[in-house]
Design a protein around this ligand. Structure first.
Ligand SMILES: [Zn+2]
Length: 219
């Protein structure tokens, strides 16, 4: 039933998506069928908290703590399959490595990963109240490098974050800048979000995924 409604949108998909401007919002319902369909059907957990990213550039998702804590943005790019692995090494301890990209199916799997990733950025902000780039004492805790993780947390080798051995003086201890220049400012923060997305993606229900190109498409 829902699948039929969905199919009627398909022919218009290519035409409309580039004439809109702005960062996030609801797409016209003949665009980004997945966004409406997965939201309405509960196909991916927390889709009700996802806004549609209009002008993503190369961005799969966004978290904007200064705007809202309740929503994240996800773009069409999150639906692309991934077939590579990227692992980075701690600049200060070459024995420490972390994988930030792993192969995955496209579609709901990618969106489930990106939602979990972006909400981890929100979680980090909620814990300590610092924004990316903010330094000094924030809520009583020292932030030297602007990655929004307090120095004391980065230095606590017994804690779940301390295990990465981030430098409190360096926002990008693993040199994620080589993956994307934006991470020069918050690579350490990004690693926590990447690991969350990979290890704890949001729940999804592939048996309900009748969207275009989805897990049940064409069956
Ligand atoms: Zn991120």
């Amino acid at each position: 039933m829902r699948a039929h409604i969905h199919i009627s949108y398909v022919s218009a998909v290519a035409i409309c998506c580039c004439i809109w401007s702005g960062c996030e919002g609801p797409p016209p319902n003949h665009c980004a069928n997945w966004w409406y369909y997965w939201k309405e059907g509960g196909v991916v957990q927390d889709m009700d908290k996802v806004k549609y990213l209009w002008n993503p550039g190369d961005t799969l998702g966004v978290a904007s703590p200064h705007k809202t804590q309740d929503f994240v943005g996800v773009s069409d790019l999150a639906l692309d399959p991934v077939d590579v692995t990227y692992t980075f090494r701690n600049f200060y301890n070459i024995d420490k490595t972390v994988t930030i990209v792993r192969p995955r199916d496209g579609g709901i799997d990618g969106v489930a990963e990106v939602i979990a990733h972006e909400f981890k950025h929100v979680w980090i902000y909620q814990q300590w109240g610092a924004r990316i780039g903010q330094t000094g004492t924030i809520n009583g805790q020292r932030h030297s490098d602007g990655d929004a993780i307090p120095d004391i947390v980065e230095l606590d080798r017994t804690g779940p974050i301390g295990q990465y051995e981030f430098s409190p003086q360096d926002p990008d201890s693993y040199r994620l800048v080589r993956y994307n220049p934006i991470y020069e400012r918050y690579g350490d923060n990004e690693i926590l979000a990447r690991v969350e997305g990979l290890d704890n993606p949001r729940q999804r229900e592939p048996q309900k995924d009748w969207s275009q190109g989805g897990k049940q498409w064409g069956r």
